[in-house]
Write a protein that binds this ligand. Structure first.
Ligand code: SF4
Length: 214
């Protein structure tokens, strides 16, 4: 296993992320879709741009819109806890972002047009961070990234090769907040299995035991 002492993380490599440098500035000026009208601020990312794991969620909620950071509400706290349960630090080991950078009104799901409009910004993030492993948190991220509508229950926990990366859909933490049971077979239990599998894949790729998809 490679330990990157400079970054203080097991799963980070010191790659430059220059393309991210002015992303906030560019998104601040973005009016590519109607979500610009209702935002307090754009929400770009949190975590480590050198991480080898990226988590992509849906879009900002009220707290994210207010703070400018993704996944900082209750769902974000649960995400952090679940990552920590598999020894992944959300500040060091993960880069966290969303499919759309501006808050949809009333916390509705972003439309396909809004996701398409925001796709260039997500593409810059993916290219700059270049994560070998990606978690798609929830059905909207599954649709926005892989273009698969529906099927999160069927597809969660399965690896999908995508652009030379391994991508795994998991339940969105908001859904897990509404389903708090931890019993075997519950959504939380299943997500914990999924995150353990993510951890295993990261370890295998870091050690060279697993390769990116061809
Ligand atoms: S959601 Fe994305 S595409 Fe739409 S205005 Fe915001 S930054 Fe631009």
């Amino acid at each position: 296993m490679v330990v990157d002492s400079q970054q203080g993380s097991l799963f980070a490599v010191p790659e430059p992320a220059a393309d991210l440098a002015n992303l906030r500035e560019r998104c601040d000026a973005c009016r590519r879709c109607g979500l610009a009208a209702g935002r307090q601020q754009v929400v770009i990312s949190r975590g480590n741009p050198h991480a080898r794991l990226m988590v992509i969620g849906e879009g900002p909620g009220a707290q994210e819109d207010a703070t400018g950071l993704p996944f900082v509400g209750r769902a974000g706290q649960l995400l952090d806890q679940m990552l920590a349960s598999v020894s992944l630090d959300s500040n060091q080991d993960v880069y966290i972002c969303n499919v759309v950078k501006c808050r949809p009104p009333d916390n509705r799901k972003p439309t396909p047009e809004e996701m398409r409009a925001c796709e260039p910004w997500l593409a810059i993030q993916i290219e700059a961070v270049d994560p070998p492993v990606v978690i798609l948190a929830g059905a909207t991220a599954l649709e926005g990234v892989l273009g698969i509508r529906g099927g999160i229950t069927r597809l969660r926990g399965q690896w999908h090769p995508w652009q030379g990366r391994w991508v795994m859909p998991v339940f969105h933490p908001s859904y897990l907040l509404r389903n708090p049971s931890r019993q075997k077979g519950s959504p939380r239990w299943l997500t914990w299995q999924d995150l353990q599998e993510v951890r295993r894949r990261l370890e295998a790729m870091t050690s060279g035991a697993a390769a990116p998809p061809g």
